[in-house]
Design a protein around this ligand. Structure first.
Ligand code: RAT
Ligand code: ZN
Length: 420
């Protein structure tokens, strides 16, 4: 009896090791980030000051600081980084996920964190050659390909696309269209300024011009999908400009170009505007809108992620009903170990391997290192638990089978869904 228990313990730990090694070494296609092709130069953030001023950390630092928000924003980036370092790493232990992430990154880059010496960390980063550092971060995170978030409404970004540049094959594009769907009156003015005939009320002729705009940008950036983030109260179908534009322009364009439409649901923008990018919040979404889209437009493919923990189970059930829906990522506030582990296990249990359980959402190049290292740990645990349930039935997953499964989870299933 004792020896049977020991034998099965040994088997379980051998399985855990095997899964861990496969997951740790599998290359990833990071399907949603805020990183840029190096041709965008300063838009591609990297280094210690950008790591420390990440908006996830800004939100946490504000809880410890008492200086007024205007004062904080009037400081230089390094001064803000100094304050955040002092508030979150020196005066308190950096145990939040975003703080821990900075330390994981520094540690894996080979830096000594225990000295708590910010000036020497800065000197190390100042001595790095960018191209080499990029290659190092990709190697450490095992990220092979990165999907950017590309907005034609961002003035800096639009200029770079306008001039043209040789594309770096490691970076692919996604067309982000929030202003089009959330602020039509202002966006119509901008489209008109760029030569699209969108004057007057939303009409079939205007929708036709919006489609022309989407087609032009899809081609210009070679977009792999279109995407939007929407507030919890988003509903569809509806008479809002956003709902009508989705139906009359976005979905026809996606059908015509064969691209999926990604919906990121549940963000409440500027709950506290004083915090800038760090001031957004979360709300529970009505997923009936997504259900109506999947059911009403079977010829379209939808990618979806939801920000509220309370929506996660419902989203999995929806994906069971509609094969034109692919769910992805532990997005933003859900990307903390407690929630990410729960979501990942739930998705595996309800959907098997037809999901993309994570995207990094990195805004700073170096964050790839910790975001993927932390998630690989979570995925290894979740997969080991599932495979060991199988072994108890006598079904033993082989190494090539585990590799195949992990490949699917790290971008393979996504690429197939998108027809890439
Ligand atoms: O996670 C983030 O960094 C957020 O600020 C958002 O950018 C979010 O990921 C989004 O794409 O809207
Ligand atoms: Zn994002």
């Amino acid at each position: 009896m004792v020896s049977t228990v020991m034998a099965s313990e040994r088997q379980r730990s051998a399985l855990a090791k095997r899964v861990e090694t496969i997951v740790a070494n599998a290359p990833v296609f990071d399907i949603h980030t805020h990183l840029y092709d190096p041709a965008f130069r300063e838009l591609l953030l990297w280094g210690i000051d950008d790591l420390l001023t990440y908006h996830y950390l800004v939100a946490e630092a504000f809880r410890q600081l008492d200086l007024p928000a205007e004062k904080f924003w009037s400081l230089t980036k390094s001064q803000r980084a100094d304050l955040i370092w002092d508030a979150l790493f020196v005066r308190h232990s950096p145990i939040s996920e975003a703080c821990r992430g900075v330390l994981t990154t520094l540690n894996l880059l080979g830096l000594e964190v225990k000295k708590r010496d910010l000036p020497s960390l800065r000197r190390w980063f100042a001595g790095q050659k960018f191209e080499k550092h990029l290659a190092r971060c990709l190697e450490l995170s095992r990220v092979e390909r990165i999907c950017m978030t590309n907005s034609p409404f961002d003035d800096l970004e639009r200029q770079v696309w306008g001039k043209g540049f040789p594309r770096d094959k490691r970076f692919v594009a996604a067309l982000r269209i929030d202003p089009l769907l959330l602020d039509w009156p202002r966006t119509a003015g901008r489209l008109a300024g760029w030569g699209y005939d969108v004057g007057g009320k939303l009409s079939p002729a205007v929708a036709h011009e919006v489609r022309r705009f989407l087609r032009d940008w899809t081609r210009r950036i070679d977009a792999k999908y279109l995407m939007v983030s929407l507030p919890p109260e988003f509903s569809f179908p509806g008479q809002t400009n956003g709902a009508r534009l989705i139906e009359q322009a976005v979905l026809p364009h996606c059908r015509e170009s064969g691209l999926p439409f990604a919906l990121m649901l549940g963000v409440k923008r500027a709950v506290n505007p004083q915090l800038g990018l760090a001031g957004d919040g979360v709300g529970r979404s009505d997923l009936e809108a997504l259900q109506n889209l999947c059911a009403g437009f079977p010829e379209n493919r939808f990618l979806a992620t939801v920000l509220s923990r309370e929506n996660q189970h419902e989203l999995c059930v929806l994906a069971r009903k509609f094969r034109n829906l692919h769910i992805f990522g532990c997005w933003w506030f859900t990307n903390v170990p407690l929630v990410a582990e729960e979501m990942t296990r739930m998705r595996l249990e309800l959907l098997g391997l037809s999901v993309t359980p994570q995207q990094s959402d990195a805004r700073v190049l170096d964050q790839l290192v910790y975001k993927w290292s932390h998630f690989r740990e979570i995925l290894s645990r979740a997969l080991t638990a599932k495979y060991s349930d199988l072994t108890r039935t006598g079904w033993e997953p082989t190494a090539p089978e585990i590799q195949r499964d992990v490949k699917d989870l790290f971008g393979g299933a996504f690429e197939r869904f998108c027809g890439m």
